[in-house]
Design a protein around this ligand. Structure first.
Ligand code: PMP
Ligand code: GLN
Length: 384
């Protein structure tokens, strides 16, 4: 993330979106849906916008949304939160994660996380003078190695981040992994930050937050947002929840980052979180269908996709596409696919540490957060 001369480089997601814009290619790189979220949510935000809801909200968020988050966590996961002291509304999950890391990390601290991983974790850890200690999920199955996870903890470990469902691999973690993370965090007295922005995009049974483990709640911050669950990545509304003694420092930090999130959109978000169960079931069903189309399209094009159990991403071994196009790896394939096949994906090595990048050299991530006809066309174009 820091170039050789110490400058912060741009994110791979904006780079890939620029590549798609320049070449006119289908953008399966940066993950965002190409449809609008539920009408009820849009209507509530529009009414607030025209109804005088246009000034600052409290730093911790509108009480209406704090309550909606607490109620959502109770309804889906049986987690009991105090809405006032246990929920802080943030500018997307991004700010929720940034404030969580900045609140607890100090120079020299270490953060344990599986890789490949969402790029923000490393950048913000660096802002705090801390560093990531990464544990690779190895292709082609991306199963977590719990012994390697345990070995990554040491005297400087202050935090562990678990992103479940996992971007980019689409892995969902099981009870054994959650229990082990909780036990290691307790043993090393560290804070757990869970990034659950894909909580409602799960294809084999419901999501189970780590904070739902009774022994884990007191040391866990849970982060999510409206972006993926309600197809509103541009709204930039998210939240962090957990015990008051952890949420308090996050709120204090967030006050000096952005003060508060967009007021009318918080009203829309509160409506969205309260939608009936049928909305969430339909969402999962729609994404499952899209997943199946993209997985089939990639396989027909000669890639070897790993079928994801969550998120809206598929990672695929694109070795044969590299051969067909005469390039050595996924990072060289990305611009070539944009030009020749009109499809943009993200090379997985861009989301891995220098030490482990080689493991993912032939892997690319494609998003299926797109309409079915777009995904079908992408598959045909990749098959060439
Ligand atoms: N975490 C993960 C794993 C993500 O993929 C993303 C991007 N969608 C974020 C956090 C940031 O979410 P938001 O857009 O709500 O800031
Ligand atoms: N979360 C999205 C992804 O992984 C992109 C978010 C971003 O552009 N920062 O593609």
């Amino acid at each position: 993330l820091l170039s050789a001369d110490g400058e912060l480089t741009g994110t791979v997601f904006e780079e890939m979106s620029r590549l798609a814009a320049r070449t006119g290619a289908i953008n399966l790189g940066q993950g965002f849906p190409d449809v609008d979220g539920p009408q009820e949510m849009l209507g509530a935000a529009a009414a607030a916008l025209h109804g005088g809801g246009n000034q600052y909200s409290p730093v911790a968020g509108l009480p209406l949304l704090q309550e909606a988050v607490a109620e959502h966590q109770r309804r889906f996961y049986g987690i009991d939160l105090d809405p006032g002291s246990g929920v802080v509304v943030t500018v997307g999950a991004s700010e929720g994660l940034a404030a969580s890391l900045l609140a607890f990390l100090r120079p020299g601290d270490e953060v344990v996380v599986f890789e490949p991983h969402y790029d923000l974790y490393g950048a913000v850890a660096e802002f705090a003078g801390a560093r990531l200690v990464t544990v690779p999920l190895e292709p082609p199955r991306f199963a977590p190695d719990l012994d390697r996870l345990a070995a990554a903890f040491g005297p400087r470990t202050r935090m562990v981040i678990l992103n479940d469902p996992h971007n980019p691999t689409g892995t969902v973690f099981d009870d054994a992994v959650r229990a082990r993370v909780a036990a290691l965090a307790a043993e090393h007295d560290c804070v757990v930050v869970t990034d659950e922005v894909y909580e409602h995009l799960r294809y084999a049974g419901g999501h189970r937050p780590l904070a739902a483990l009774p022994e884990a709640f007191e040391r866990t911050l849970t982060v999510s947002s409206v972006g993926k669950s309600f197809s509103a990545t541009g709204w930039r509304v998210g939240w962090v929840s957990g015990p008051a003694h952890l949420v308090g420092p996050v709120r204090a930090t967030k006050a000096y980052l952005t003060h508060s999130a967009a007021t009318p959109l918080q009203i829309g978000a509160a409506t969205a979180l309260g939608l009936p169960g049928g909305f969430f079931e339909q969402l999962t069903e729609d994404f499952r269908r899209r997943r199946d189309v993209l997985v089939r399209g990639l396989a027909a094009a000669g890639a070897e996709p790993f079928e994801p159990q969550g998120t809206f991403f598929v990672v695929a071994d694109v070795r044969r596409l590299c051969e067909r196009h005469g390039v050595e790896d996924a990072e060289h394939l990305a611009p070539v696919l944009a030009e020749r096949a009109g499809v943009v994906g993200v090379p997985v090595p861009a989301l891995a540490s220098a030490a482990h990048r080689g493991l993912y050299a032939s892997w690319m991530r494609f998003s299926f957060g797109k309409r079915l006809d777009v995904l079908e066309r992408a598959g045909r174009q990749l098959a060439g």
